[in-house]
Design a protein around this ligand. Structure first.
Ligand code: C2E
Ligand code: MG
Ligand code: MG
Length: 717
């Protein structure tokens, strides 16, 4: 435009220049991609059009300006081949007619030709330069990238090295065949080898025979690519032979195609942790005093032997308890008691050490020996006997020489069951038998005896409730005169009308009631009931003078309160005292201290009769007997049983002589004699001949309900 302005505007046709630039713009945009907008392109090209026109008409050398325009086209990214072709082609006839308003200098055509050449040269030169610059940029970028990648690799390798070498944790790399490629210092130090030496080994040589089963297979499978990682706790042996426990994690690194390439092992020394664990485990399963396995370990082992589906079979248990250990402990003190336990523990462990049976301390003075591989109960008995012998050898504790003994309950899983609970329950019961049978012995579990024990305890447990519910009844058995057969007395005999078991005789529950102490309440009930019944009979048949004879257990007779109880039973029933007889056993008469019972005199003072029951089976001191307020001796059944034959043999003669002597003695002491358990007429005849006063037994009537006595009183014969 400046050119137009400068040249006064008359040399250039503005509208023509405008048209030319527009056509140039259209050509440019039609022929290729143009980053500028249409208006921007046209403004740019109009500028070039006016500049070319100005230079063409001036005296100025035309090449430089045209070359400038060519370059400028490239700079504006108008670089499509068609663009320069159009620009050159039109910069001639078309330019002159369309843009110039004047004819111009005579060498116009020449100047146009120069300009076309310069335009092309400028264009091409600029284009080459630009391409060169671009290529150089690409190359530079490429070089840069390669440098960066190499650097990154170097960095990462350095980082890996730093980690590998400096790690406190052991790292080892092995080829797929197990050859060790590299290990770090931590790894080598852990195993006590120099790094170089390890690099020549195969991992397999570091495995040990004691490694957990399957460990080597697992590693093999890893190498074969069946797993990608394996983690185990395993023991390594250091070069010096000591063991190190490790937490080992091995990962498989694969080739791009998935084939196993190498393995990386990360190994941590966990020896301390492992040993602590082992120590804690040991403590949890062993008795701190004796060092023997404790009950937990014993139960676990026993369960493993009998309760597992593939349990190896028959085992025996010797359940041992020291006799009288409490007394030893109390008299010698706990420190010496503990030392004794330690010694016994060692002896027990020693006595089965050869067979390797488990000896455990169950607690206190109880030990068990677990006998496995039993074929007969004799195997277990043999172990029990050697254990008893081991215990029995004299022990010196401090300056004391002690004789210790033990009792052992033996159970055999073939008999006592195959659950830990069953076996131990049986062992416990059997140990109790051994104790009850006199200690310093073994007893073998017997399921029938155990069943009886169980029934007995069930019965014992039911006694108190039975009494409250009124399940006991009294039967009465006549006691008759051997002279004329008259019923002089009846013996009250208790029975239990059990809701499930029916009528139970006293032999099955009196002992239990004595053991549990319930006999005191039960006996009192019997006494009061018998007095009430006897008083009824006395009211109805005053001439019969029927005496009721009530058994008193030793535990009842022992208690001074018995006197008040008897007095009250008489008072509340209204029964005259002379119609009540109390039967005491010989032991009750003599009292627990071997002294005659003092209460006997107070009972006698009430006016009741006292009889000694089952006379001849105990140990009555005849000298004392004389001074006691006794009125009757009841001869125990076995003597009577001995005199039954019609043709008496020697044994009969002996019993007969004893009965003869006893009757004479009794009569000398002014005592009545009652014979028990008379079953035959022959027995009755002989007893009569021996001057026995009264008798009871099946021959004269079995025990029966109170109504049977009433019937008999009503109709004596
Ligand atoms: P016991 O006092 O010697 O009673 C005699 C036992 O001989 C009774 O057994 C009786 O049934 C039984 N007997 C009767 N006739 C014959 C016979 O002809 N032959 C044989 N062999 N035996 C005969 P029962 O009733 O089973 O009583 C057994 C024992 O139970 C009694 O022996 C007594 O010691 C005890 N007892 C029974 N009732 C009581 C009670 O109320 N209190 C206490 N403390 N003990 C009682
Ligand atoms: Mg009796
Ligand atoms: Mg008797």
């Amino acid at each position: 435009m400046a050119a137009v302005g400068a040249s006064g505007g008359e040399t250039v046709d503005p509208a023509g220049a405008q048209r030319y630039a527009a056509a140039w713009t259209r050509a440019v945009r039609r022929l290729g991609f143009v980053p500028l907008s249409a208006a921007e392109t046209e403004r740019l090209l109009l500028g070039h059009t006016l500049r070319l026109a100005e230079v063409l008409l001036s005296a100025e050398e035309p090449a430089a300006a045209a070359e400038e325009v060519g370059r400028s086209l490239v700079a504006a990214h108008l670089t499509e081949p068609g663009v320069i072709e159009w620009s050159i082609r039109t910069l001639g006839e078309r330019f002159r007619t369309e843009v110039l308003a004047v004819a111009g200098p005579p060498d116009l055509d020449e100047r146009l030709a120069v300009m076309r050449g310069a335009l092309a040269a400028g264009f091409a030169g600029a284009l080459r330069e630009r391409t060169f610059v671009q290529q150089e940029g690409i190359a530079r970028a490429m070089w840069q990238a390669r440098d960066d990648a190499e650097q990154a690799l170097r960095d990462s390798e350095a980082r890996f090295r730093a980690v590998f070498d400096g790690a406190a944790i052991g790292i080892g790399i092995a080829a797929a065949d197990g050859t060790i490629i590299d290990v770090n210092h931590a790894f080598a130090d852990m195993l006590g080898y120099p790094v170089e030496e390890l690099r020549q080994l195969n991992v397999a040589s570091l495995f040990h025979a004691d490694d957990a089963a399957g460990m080597w297979e697992l590693y093999q499978e890893l190498i074969e690519g069946k797993h990608d990682a394996v983690r185990v706790e395993k023991r390594y042996y250091r070069k010096d032979g000591s063991a190190v426990w490790t937490d080992l994690a091995v990962s498989l690194i694969r080739h791009d195609d998935g084939r196993p390439r190498f393995t990386v092992a990360v190994v941590e020394d966990i020896t301390e942790r492992y040993e602590l664990q082992q120590r804690l485990r040991f403590q949890a399963l062993h008795d701190p005093l004796t060092g023997l396995p404790n009950r937990t370990l014993f139960f676990d082992t026993l369960a493993g032997l009998v309760e597992q589906p593939d349990a190896p079979g028959r085992v025996g248990v010797c359940f041992l308890d020291l006799d009288g250990f409490k007394a030893i402990n109390d008299s010698l003190g706990h420190a010496l008691g503990d030392r004794l336990l330690v010694m016994i523990a060692r002896r027990l462990a020693d006595c089965v050490a050869e067979q390797g049976y488990l000896v455990a301390r169950m607690g206190g003075d109880e030990f068990v020996i677990l006998v496995d591989g039993v074929t007969a109960v004799q195997d277990v008995i043999a172990v029990a006997e050697s254990a008893l012998a081991a215990v029995a050898a004299p022990v010196s504790v401090g300056d004391q020489q002690l004789a210790v003994s033990a009792s052992i309950g033996i159970v055999d899983s073939a008999v006592a069951g195959t659950s830990v609970v069953e076996l131990m329950k049986a062992a416990d019961a059997t140990l109790y038998w051994a104790k009850a049978e006199g200690r310093d012995r073994w007893a073998v579990y017997d399921p029938e005896r155990s069943a009886r024990d169980t029934a007995r305890s069930a019965l014992a447990a039911g006694l108190p409730l039975a009494l409250d519910r009124g399940e006991f009844v009294l039967h009465y058995q006549p006691i008759v005169s051997l002279l004329d057969g008259r019923m002089l007395a009846v013996e009250a005999l208790v029975r239990w009308q059990h809701p499930e078991l029916g009528l139970i005789g006293p032999d099955r529950f009196i002992g239990l009631a004595e053991e549990t102490g319930l006999i005191v309440r039960l006996g009192e009930w019997v006494l009061r009931q018998a007095c009430r019944d006897a008083q009824r009979w006395h009211t109805e048949f005053p001439d019969a003078g029927l005496v009721v004879s009530v058994n008193l257990a030793a535990r009842q007779a022992d208690r001074p309160a018995i006197v008040d109880t008897v007095a009250d039973a008489l008072a509340s029933s209204g029964l005259p005292a002379e119609l009540l007889q109390l039967e005491l056993t010989e032991s009750a008469v003599m009292g627990s201290a071997g002294e005659p019972l003092r209460t006997l005199h107070r009972l006698a003072a009430l006016g009741v009769r006292l009889a000694v029951d089952d006379f001849g089976t105990g140990y009555s001191n005849l000298a004392y007997l004389r001074r006691l307020p006794i009125t009757c001796l009841k001869l125990a059944g076995p003597f009577v049983e001995g005199i039954r034959g019609t043709e008496p043999d020697d044994a009969d003669h002996r019993d007969e002589r004893i009965v003869d002597a006893l009757v004479r003695l009794a009569h000398a002491l002014e005592l009545w004699v009652t014979a028990e358990a008379v079953e035959t007429e022959v027995q009755a005849e002989r007893l009569r001949a021996l001057r026995c006063d009264t008798a009871q037994g099946r021959l004269f009537g079995p025990p029966g309900p109170a109504e049977a006595i009433v019937a008999r009183l009503r109709d004596p014969e």
